[in-house]
Design a protein around this ligand. Structure first.
Ligand code: NDP
Length: 248
């Protein structure tokens, strides 16, 4: 395997489907050793076989990223096996849309615990390693929903706004350690994300919204991530906002 990321080790959370899966494949295709994490181990095993089949190096770790101890184990296992963590793709997320009034507050906990705290835990665990290495790159997957708030998306918007604020503070705190921070803000991407919405009316609305435009593909976002992490070390791509052409 040859490529721009040869000798680099990248952790991708939420790699069992959608954007995370496409990103793991794309990073492996440019030479990175990828550590793929999510809860569905059968899907991770399938992805692992595909990456290995093309000559890529991969470690699969089943982990619930909303659980701090499991995130710590993910980072520790990566470091124990490969001796470094160069890139962290904080991608795992859920979008459990509903109106604020009458919402199932368990949906709120799932979004905050994963989209916000999970991303923060993973960042917290890799920072000492990246500082010791003298370099690193953290890519946080936010959303257009991290920039534009809409009725029916209150807590998902809040979770992605939190990702934006956290990422900007992180950048200011670690740029002198040669650690780069990128935030990726996709519009509508054809993945299983909206299928997990528990509120039936919000799920129907999301289905119609996704169906109203030609969606981005997960590979479109993976390409943007590969662009960001393969720039020369003096280039810090801070933010990429990427919508389908047909999306308002
Ligand atoms: P998917 O539902 O296809 O992927 C979500 C991933 O997160 C899956 O791999 C899932 O794996 C994982 N995940 C969910 N819960 C957990 C958990 N508790 N612990 C570990 N992993 C978990 O959706 P996308 O690929 O679309 O979403 C990826 C990211 O992109 C999310 O952060 C989302 O907010 C963001 N995004 C998506 C957009 C879209 O239109 N699709 C638009 C803008 C942003 P498993 O269930 O196996 O754990």
């Amino acid at each position: 395997m040859v490529g721009k990321l040869i000798d680099k080790v990248a952790i991708v959370t939420g790699a069992s489907s959608g954007i995370g899966e496409a990103t793991a494949l794309a990073l492996a295709s440019v030479g990175a050793t990828v550590v793929i994490a999510a809860r569905r181990s059968d899907r991770l095993q399938d992805l692992k076989a595909r990456i290995t089949g093309t000559g890529g190096k991969v470690l699969s770790i089943t982990a619930d990223v909303s659980d701090e101890a499991q995130v710590e184990a993910l980072v520790n296992q990566t470091h124990a096996k490969f001796g470094r963590v160069d890139i962290l793709i904080n991608n795992a997320g859920v979008m459990l849309l509903s109106l604020i009034d009458g919402a199932d507050t368990e949906d709120w906990r799932r979004m905050i615990n994963l989209n916000v705290l999970g991303l923060m835990y993973a960042t917290h665990k890799v920072l000492p390693l990246m500082k010791a290495q003298g370099a690193g790159h953290i890519v946080n997957i936010s959303s257009v929903a991290g920039r534009v708030a809409n009725a029916g998306s209150g807590v998902y918007n809040a979770s992605k706004w939190a990702v934006g604020a956290f990422s900007e503070v992180l950048r200011k705190e670690v740029y002198q350690n040669n650690i780069r921070v990128t935030i990726i803000e996709p519009g509508l991407v054809a993945t299983e994300l909206p299928q997990h919405i528990t509120d039936s009316s919000a799920k129907e609305q999301a289905k119609n919204f996704y169906g109203s435009v030609k969606n981005l593909e997960s590979e479109d976002i993976a390409n943007a991530i590969v662009y960001a992490v393969t720039q020369p070390s003096h280039v810090n791509v801070n933010e990429i906002l990427i919508r389908p052409t047909e999306q308002e």
